[in-house]
Write a protein that binds this ligand. Structure first.
Ligand code: TXA
Ligand code: MG
Length: 320
């Protein structure tokens, strides 16, 4: 057991990480549970603290292109172009791994996931280190990702020594994961930057092949981001009517007809998908901590970051 402290001391975070300890770090997407990504003992601590299955690989975080290049065996030109235009930012690249990367990081895969986070504290910390940070989201495996230090504490108190406090995450959804096929960019996980944004900014053709839709990809468990209270997604009025006498929590994008429910959260009164994404996980956690029988979520417009929001809701709702 650790006494978990929350603070803003980069030096303390650095010292702990250099000793192979875990530190929760802020990123613009969600909080990460970081360890020295080249140290197998440290990486093992991540899997233990999260109770994460060992077949689910970890993202390596670096400060810049030079640090990334040591971890991969070559980078297609299209990846360099994306990195120049989109990183630091909410995007992760799947690339052939170099021998420096332990097999435990990639769960045996020949590809390693690399990300340059945009949060200034994460970047400053990464620049101080001479190793990459392996960091999954800082939540117990299977639960909703944390977007504040309070959320990290809720899931990992006593299991880690330090949480680096960088405030609330501004994007609120995990990074978009991309791979490369010839000159095409393939999205494997929808996330903080949308397919439309990637192709508009880079001029590159983008296709989507979600890893959790196919059983061949490692680590993309379908039941994920799950609340403890059952969550259903679909037509709100129909679903509310299906649960007479039950305590219902509503998760809405747009104001719908007044419904007699226990609790209601409107994610973006102004109709902004970005604002809705930033508030999604906080709202899911809030509803999950309320005295409810069921959470009913509206389906979001399936465009831009709305696709990533629907993906998270659908995976939270899955109870197979
Ligand atoms: O925004 C994010 O990506 C956050 C912050 C902390 O950077 N991290 C995050 O990590 O969401 P995690 O572990 O919760 O999700 C990473 C996903 C997992 O589904 C994992 O299976 C996949 O990335 N992944 C990691 N390495 C991979 C690899 N080598 N090949 C295929 N998938 C990989
Ligand atoms: Mg996660």
């Amino acid at each position: 057991m650790y006494h978990t402290t929350i603070g803003k001391e980069l030096d303390q975070a650095k010292a702990l990480l250099e000793r192979g300890e875990l530190v929760a770090i802020p990123t613009e997407t969600v909080y990460g549970l970081a360890a020295n990504g080249l140290n197998v003992a440290a990486i093992t601590r991540i899997y233990d603290a999260k109770n994460r299955p060992q077949f689910n690989p970890l993202i390596l975080h670096v400060a810049n292109l030079e640090q990334a290049e040591r971890l991969v065996m070559g980078m297609p030109d299209v990846c360099k172009r994306l990195m120049q235009l989109l990183s630091p930012g909410p995007i992760t690249y799947l690339l052939p791994k170099s021998s420096l990367v332990p097999d435990m990081v990639t769960a045996g895969s020949a590809r390693v996931a690399i990300r340059i986070p945009a949060h200034p504290m994460a970047l400053a910390l990464l620049e101080m280190l001479d190793f990459p940070l392996a960091a999954p989201s800082a939540n117990p495996s299977g639960y909703v990702s944390p977007v504040s230090t309070t959320h990290v504490l809720e899931g990992l108190q006593g299991k880690i020594p330090y949480i680096l406090d960088g405030g609330n995450c501004t994007i609120g959804l995990e990074s978009t994961i991309v791979g490369f096929e010839e000159d095409k960019v393939v999205i494997h996980r929808l996330g903080g930057i949308s397919a439309e944004q990637i192709s508009t900014i880079t001029g590159v053709e983008v296709k989507t092949s979600l890893a959790h839709a196919s059983p061949t990809a490692p680590g993309q468990l379908k039941s994920h981001y799950a609340t403890s209270i059952p969550l259903l997604i679909g037509d709100v009025i129909q679903l509310v009517n299906a649960f007479p006498g039950k305590k219902i929590g509503l998760l809405l994008f747009e104001q719908s007809a007044a419904l007699a429910v226990e609790k209601e959260i409107l994610l973006s009164p102004s109709g902004s998908l970005e604002e809705a994404a930033a508030g999604l996980f906080r709202a899911m956690r809030l509803l999950d901590q309320s005295d409810l029988d069921v959470i009913i979520a509206q389906r979001f417009p399936n465009t831009g970051i709305g696709r990533a929001i629907n993906d998270r809701l659908e995976r939270a709702a899955y109870k197979g």
